[in-house]
Structure formats: structure tokens, C-alpha cells
Design a protein around this ligand. Structure first.
Ligand SMILES: Cc1cc2nc3c(=O)[nH]c(=O)nc-3n(C[C@H](O)[C@H](O)[C@H](O)COP(=O)(O)OP(=O)(O)OC[C@H]3O[C@@H](n4cnc5c(N)ncnc54)[C@H](O)[C@@H]3O)c2cc1C
Length: 480
């Protein structure tokens, strides 16, 4: 008898190194039906934000085209997921549903429910590891507890072998015409008012775009990653984060590509750059490990002392931070880059998050939410870890008393002021010496550059030194 399988695509929008797809093709099935089910309600507050939805639209379009090129077709349905799978099982006569695992709490709960529902109908189910290098439950401390600190976590796993990525299929079985699909446009993922132009210009969502990024990174950037990764004016990082988030490329593929490049082209010193980069992939693993074991952290601090932190509730400060009009150039540049492109350099993410939670004392959850809606790479595990790290209340957090000075950050990591000039053009003519602290610039330097504080560019919203002292005093209250 002919058997058919459904491959349920979620955030694994790729054909290569896709174990669920490979298992279905290797199994005893004569047809494989690829489906994506749009069911944001099942993810609660963690449904994709605005920028992610734009990405999702173009990534699904790319996957649909890639499937068609191999003779198949992407079926798009609307949730609830269990109902959509029921209908597809009925229409296709499928006897099995395969998918790749995800690790955020809402998806885990949903997948458990769907699996139990399919088991009840004697539909075969199987899930596979594709999103991470190491399953979160396979890593624990000697006391059999989850890790809360990055370095020992990474030490424990980094030498484990990484499975060789699976090749993409060269052809796929056709999906019968009578199995209907929603149109991608009907999902309404793109905004009505097209604010997404900057995102479309800056990125190429989809599997091919992800591999182009990786190739460019490995060939041209990796050999100087350790030094350039901290300089926001330079293209010194991989820009793989949204591709990894949507699973257009998997971490095993990234690790293998880096190792191959080292073996073929590596020079003395490249190993150090590669290890620094691989440890960032390790931070992604760690973030997922923490989210899996502490699923409450998207809302609540891991360090529970911070539940009673005296946040300021400064709505005006939050609004100016969001708009990039705080009068602190590095902060404004980062926030404007985010708004224009859906991305912000890591050095800036740390700087703006420290500024919001410490100098403005706005609760980290507000910043986390803004990033969630505006980042194309918004990722529950990485965003939660990043915000709690910056606020001093999470796993491996920077101690609260280490408060980034955004002017100093600018002087160190954007010494020529190129990054600020690009995103804060009002300051473009100010010399490098004063561009990161225009409030301290002599009147003549400002006048020569055409800057009038409070008119062409805001006065700083807070005094950096005084607000730092206030943050430390607030921290004293929770320490007790
Ligand atoms: C407040 C804050 C919020 C953040 N929110 C997110 C988020 O929503 N989504 C996201 O992917 N990253 C987030 N990060 C982590 C980091 O800033 C981005 O992953 C990185 O800037 C993406 O650029 P890249 O791909 O060029 O990074 P690269 O330097 O090339 O790093 C390669 C990959 O490693 C992973 N990675 C790098 N740094 C980290 C890190 N600190 N934590 C976890 N994974 C990391 C990413 O998947 C990244 O694509 C956040 C950091 C902070 C401080």
C-alpha cells in the first residue's frame, strides 16, 4: 500500500540539513507533503513581531520557490495546528507527520498537544534535532543541574563532535493538485503601510541568501572577526542571526563550513578568530539551554532579587529611547539603525540596553518588547538572555554595577565617529573628538559643525554620571 508523510515546516525553512525532510524522504513513503501552518495565537505573547513577520513572508516565498524547483509545492494553511494537520491528513491520506524540534515554552506545549492528538489517531509522529548543536537536556553540571554560566557550559560541550550536515534532496515527489494551499499574501504578514523598505534593501531572506551571507563571511570577514566584531562601523560580523532564527541555515552547517575553511585556507592566527566566532554560536546554544530549563525567564528575572527593583516607569524616557532622540549619540545611532534595518550591532545592543535599564532605570521587559517588535532576528532565547544580561539579572549577567558609559563606548569602538555620522546625520560635521559627547564640546566646535543642542540635536535626556549614581543606589536596595 502507498504511504504518505507530512513534513511540518516551522522555523526550519530550508532543504539542506533538514532531518525531518530527509527522514520522510528516506522512509517508506511515496509522497511527502510539505506544510507551513500559520498559527500565531498558539505562541501567545511570543508570536512574531512586525519585523519578523516581514522576514517570514519573504522566507516562506523563498522556501516555496525552492520546493517548486525540485518538483514539490509548499502547502500553506492556517491554524490551529492540530485542525490543519487533521484536514491535511484526510485530504492526502498521510499516515505520518514529521517535524524538527523548537525549544520555546509555547511551542513545546503546543507540540506536545499536537503529538498526543495525532497519537490518538494512530498517526506516526517523529521529531528531530535541527535548530541546535546540542539538545538542551543532554548538557548538565556535575550536580546534574542546568548551567547558568556560559564559560563552563561551553567548556562542557565545545569539543563534542558536530554531526555532518545532511545534503539537500536533488528532487522531491510532486504534491497532488487537489491539495489546496492558502496564498502567502493572504497571511497578511506584510504591513499595510510599507515601513519595511529598509529591511528589504538590507537583507535577502531564504536559504540561498543565508548561504551567500555565510560564504561572504567566511571568505572575507572571519579572518579578522576577533578584532572587527566590536566595531559597528565595519562589516565585521556574520549577519547570520535572522537566517539562524528562521532556520534557513542550521548551526551544524555553520560550524562545518568554518572548520572546512580553516582546513583549506586557514593561516596562523585564524584559529583564534574561528574560535571567537564559534563561541558566539555557543552563546546561542547557551541561550536556548537557559530558556529550555528556565522557561519563565522571558517575563521574570532569573535573579529573583530583581523582582523588587525600583524601576522608574519613565514613559517619556522610553519613548525617546525608542525614537533615537535621547541626545546620547551612540544610543540614538543604535536605535535608528534598528528602526531603519531591523538589525542592531551587538556592541550597540549592549550599550542601549544598559542605558535603558540603568541610566533611565526602565524595566528590561520594555526594552525586550521593543526589540521583539523591531528586530528581524528577534529570538526568544537570545533576546531574553541579552536583556537579562544587560540588566544584570540573568544567567551569566554582567554585574549590575558595571554600567556602560555610551560616550566611552563610542570613543573605544567607533573612534572615527563613522557609525554615529551614518545614523545621526545631524552630527555628521562634528569632529571625532566631540561626536560622542556633544554636550561637552566647546561652543566653537558645535557652531562649526552647525549643531545647536536642544534645536538641531537634543540635549542629553539624563546626566550620565548622576543617573549612574542613582542606578547604583537603587541596586543597593535590592542587594539588601
Ligand atoms: C540586549 C540584547 C538583545 C539581543 N537580542 C537578540 C535577538 O533577539 N536575537 C539574536 O539572534 N541575538 C540577539 N542578541 C545577541 C547578538 O547581539 C546578536 O545575535 C548578534 O548581534 C547578531 O549579529 P551577527 O549574526 O552578525 O552575529 P555574529 O557575531 O556573527 O555571531 C554569530 C551568531 O552567534 C549568535 N550570537 C552572537 N552573539 C550572541 C549572544 N550574545 N547571544 C546569543 N547568541 C549570539 C547569533 O545567532 C549570531 O548570528 C542580543 C544581544 C543583546 C545584548
Amino acid at each position: 500500500m502507498k504511504k504518505r508523510a507530512i513534513v511540518w515546516f516551522r522555523r526550519d525553512l530550508r532543504l539542506a540539513d533538514n532531518p525531518a525532510l530527509c527522514a520522510a524522504l528516506d522512509g517508506d513513503f511515496d509522497t511527502v507533503v510539505p506544510v507551513f501552518i500559520e498559527a500565531p495565537d498558539e505562541l501567545g505573547d511570543e508570536a512574531p513581531g512586525g519585523a519578523q513577520r516581514v522576514w517570514q513572508h519573504f522566507s516562506l516565498a523563498a522556501l516555496a520557490a525552492d520546493l517548486e524547483a525540485l518538483g514539490s509545492r509548499l502547502i500553506i494553511r492556517r491554524g490551529p495546528s492540530a485542525d490543519a494537520l487533521d484536514r491535511l491528513i484526510e485530504e492526502s491520506g498521510a499516515t505520518a507527520v514529521y517535524w524538527n524540534r523548537l525549544y520555546d515554552p509555547h511551542t513545546i506545549e503546543r507540540d506536545k498537544r499536537v503529538k498526543a492528538h495525532l497519537d490518538d489517531q494512530s498517526i506516526e509522529t517523529a521529531s528531530f534535532p535541527a535548530h541546535l548543536l546540542y539538545e538542551p537536556w543532554t548538557v548538565s553540571t556535575r550536580q546534574n543541574a542546568p548551567y547558568k554560566v556560559f564559560t563552563p557550559f561551553w567548556k562542557a560541550v565545545r569539543d563534542r563532535p558536530v554531526a555532518t550536515p545532511l545534503a539537500a534532496p536533488s528532487e522531491l515527489p510532486a504534491v497532488w493538485d487537489r491539495i489546496g494551499s492558502e496564498s502567502l499574501d493572504a497571511l497578511g504578514l506584510l504591513p499595510d503601510i510599507r515601513w519595511d523598505e529598509g529591511i528589504r534593501e538590507a537583507w535577502t531572506p531564504g536559504e540561498a541568501g543565508a548561504h551567500d551571507r555565510l560564504d561572504h563571511f567566511v571568505d572575507d570577514v572571519l579572518g579578522r572577526y576577533a578584532t572587527d566584531r566590536d566595531r559597528p562601523a565595519v562589516l565585521g560580523t556574520s549577519y547570520l542571526s535572522p537566517h539562524l532564527h528562521w532556520g534557513e541555515i542550521g548551526p551544524r552547517q555553520v560550524v562545518h563550513r568554518v572548520e572546512e575553511w580553516l582546513a583549506e585556507h586557514g593561516r596562523d592566527g585564524d584559529r583564534a578568530d574561528a574560535n571567537t566566532f564559534l563561541s558566539e554560536i555557543g552563546w546561542r546554544e547557551f541561550a536556548h539551554h537557559v530558556l529550555y530549563h528556565f522557561p519563565e525567564t522571558p517575563e521574570r528575572p532569573l535573579d529573583t532579587r530583581f523582582e523588587s527593583f525600583p524601576w522608574s516607569g519613565d514613559d517619556e524616557g522610553l519613548a525617546r529611547w525608542q525614537r533615537g532622540t535621547t541626545g546620547i549619540p551612540m544610543v540614538d545611532a543604535g536605535m535608528r539603525e534598528l528602526w531603519a534595518t531591523g538589525y542592531m550591532h551587538n556592541r550597540l545592543r549592549m550599550t542601549v540596553a544598559s542605558f535603558l535599564t540603568k541610566n533611565l532605570r526602565v524595566a528590561w521587559q520594555h526594552g525586550e518588547r521593543w526589540f521583539w517588535d523591531t528586530l528581524v532576528d528577534a529570538d526568544l532565547a537570545n533576546n531574553t538572555l541579552g536583556w537579562q544580561w544587560a540588566a544584570g539579572c540573568g544567567a551569566d549577567a554582567a554585574p549590575f554595577f558595571r554600567i556602560f558609559n555610551p560616550a566611552r563606548q563610542g570613543e573605544r569602538f567607533d573612534p572615527d565617529g563613522h557609525y554615529v555620522r551614518r545614523w545621526v546625520p545631524e552630527l555628521a560635521n562634528l569632529d571625532a573628538k566631540h561626536i560622542h559627547a556633544p554636550w561637552a564640546a566647546p561652543g566653537k566646535a558645535l557652531a562649526d559643525a552647525g549643531v545647536v543642542l536642544g534645536d538641531t540635536y537634543p540635549e542629553p535626556i539624563v546626566d550620565l554620571k548622576a543617573s549612574r549614581r542613582e542606578a547604583l543606589a537603587a541596586f543597593d536596595q535590592v542587594k539588601k
